[in-house]
Design a protein around this ligand. Structure first.
Ligand SMILES: Cc1ncc(C[n+]2csc(CCOP(=O)(O)OP(=O)(O)O)c2C)c(N)n1
Length: 329
């Protein structure tokens, strides 16, 4: 699949936006939580799951999506949200618990909901799968050619919701793409200890739909596989299951001592970094120059800096807000 220069540079910029956002969040999150880890302290309370290293899955799929297409993310949602085009200021503010956030600071990092970009996510593993199927059913009933994407981890693929979602979507030929992020771990459990087969893509056969395993953490490989799946869904031919091999650079959560993980794993993964890889491809194919890559990275840096400044400077919700938006008013 030919990829035009604008798409390539946009994917490259978005991967940097995700990486810089996650690295900045990793540092901000630990402020005030040391030396004895206290989850409630500091400017970003609660848990934090970061997706640095997993950028190709998000940008490779979302490059094919329109604003009205729906995305259901996970407890590790930042890369999907950024790739779908979420306003970075309101996203950062939500994570900092500020009133300028998407949910007026009540949702936090695992609960980013945005009607503008048709994005939702949550902390219940596998729960986004039926949500995406529901969105796809709505699109079909409305006669629209929009699609829904459910992103979830290799751990979530062992949930009942996965099988229920695939079955209904296949039966009703719904425009949904199921995307499994195979980052090799579900918290501390390696995939081989929880999953009976090597590739979740093979499970597609049980529902009579295409299943594709993308075996490298490469934005262009994901872009190609996702392009076919999205086009098929828009044509009304039903769902596709994609699984993508990807790499989690941080722990399961920030503060995770990672005693279960071989010490050399992350340095080894970083030696094949997907952003460098896409940058090299852009240079080799002549789609862009080093100056273009530098400009894209600087644009990403400026956006992330601006979003964090906005989040830090925004006010907290007033105490009365605790009683608002609980029930319909
Ligand atoms: C229904 C449910 N069971 C268990 C948990 C606790 N939990 C949170 S994340 C996680 C692992 C998820 O692994 P995976 O789906 O592979 O996603 P990853 O964290 O690798 O992105 C578990 C078991 C949960 N949040 N929800």
């Amino acid at each position: 699949m030919a990829v035009d220069r604008t798409t390539l540079l946009t994917m490259y910029r978005d991967m940097w936006t995700i990486r810089l956002f996650e690295d900045a969040m990793a540092a901000a999150y630990l402020e005030g939580k040391q030396p004895v880890f206290n989850i409630a302290a500091g400017p970003v309370p609660g848990e934090m799951h970061l997706a640095a290293g997993q950028e190709p899955v998000a940008v490779g799929v979302c490059a094919h999506l329109r604003r009205e297409d729906a995305v259901a993310g996970t407890h590790r949602p930042h890369h999907f949200a950024i790739a779908k085009g979420m306003d970075l200021r309101r996203m950062a503010a939500e994570i900092f618990g500020k009133v300028t956030g998407l949910g007026r600071g009540k949702g936090g990092h695992m609960h980013l909901f945005d009607p503008e970009t048709h994005f939702g996510c949550g902390g219940i593993v596998g729960a986004g799968i039926p949500h995406a199927v529901g969105a796809a059913l709505a699109f079909k009933k409305q006669g629209r050619d929009n699609v829904a994407v459910a992103f979830f981890g290799d751990g979530a693929a062992n949930q009942g919701a996965f099988h229920e979602g695939l079955n209904l979507a296949a039966l009703w030929k719904l425009p949904v793409i199921f995307v499994v992020e195979d980052n090799a771990w579900a918290i501390s459990v390696p995939k081989a200890k929880s999953t009976a087969i090597a590739s979740n893509a093979d499970r597609a056969a049980a529902y009579g739909i295409p299943g594709v395993y993308v075996g490298e953490n490469d934005a262009l490989a994901v872009y190609e596989a996702a392009g076919e799946a999205v086009a098929r869904a828009r044509r009304g031919e039903g769902p596709t299951l994609l699984e993508v091999k990807t790499d989690r650079y941080y722990g399961h959560f920030q503060g995770d001592p990672e005693v279960y993980r071989p010490k050399d794993e992350v340095p080894r993964l970083k030696a094949n970094d997907p952003i460098d890889r896409l940058g090299r491809r852009i240079l080799e194919t002549g789609a862009g120059t080093q100056a273009d890559l530098d400009a894209a990275r600087e644009e990403a840096r400026a956006k992330v800096d601006d979003a964090f400044r906005f989040a830090r400077e925004s006010p907290y919700p007033s105490p009365e807000e605790a009683l608002m938006h609980v029930f319909a008013e």
